[in-house]
Design a protein around this ligand. Structure first.
Ligand SMILES: [Zn+2]
Length: 109
């Protein structure tokens, strides 16, 4: 799928499956407060051409939620998406990690 043809719905479906964090618990990148399962979170994502995939580049609690685009560069595109934190698990190992549930697009560029 080329980036230019990604609709908002497709983008949200992709973001919904991204792992939000390499470590638990998930911390707001601005104030450092813990954001737990079921709580609201806002994530910034960038599209990386080299990986041909969207990356989570920022995680924020509701109070610190950014509403403006930071600038896609050096990536190709950027979006800010809000949702709540859900948990998913790696098959076999059972390792749990945070994902974004019910994502809603705030802005994209
Ligand atoms: Zn915060």
């Amino acid at each position: 799928m080329s980036l230019g043809s990604t609709t908002d719905d497709e983008l949200l479906a992709i973001v919904e499956n991204l792992r939000l964090n390499e470590r638990e618990p998930l911390l707001c990148n601005k104030c450092g407060s813990e954001v737990n399962e079921g709580e609201r979170i806002v994530v910034r994502v960038h599209y990386d051409a080299a990986d041909a995939d969207w990356l989570v580049t920022g995680r924020f609690c509701e109070e610190c939620a950014p509403s403006t685009i930071q600038g896609p560069k050096p990536f190709l595109a950027e979006a800010i998406v809000e949702g709540s934190i859900g948990l998913s698990a790696v098959p076999l190992s059972g390792e749990r990690y945070s994902i974004l549930r019910d994502p809603e697009l705030i802005i994209r560029a």
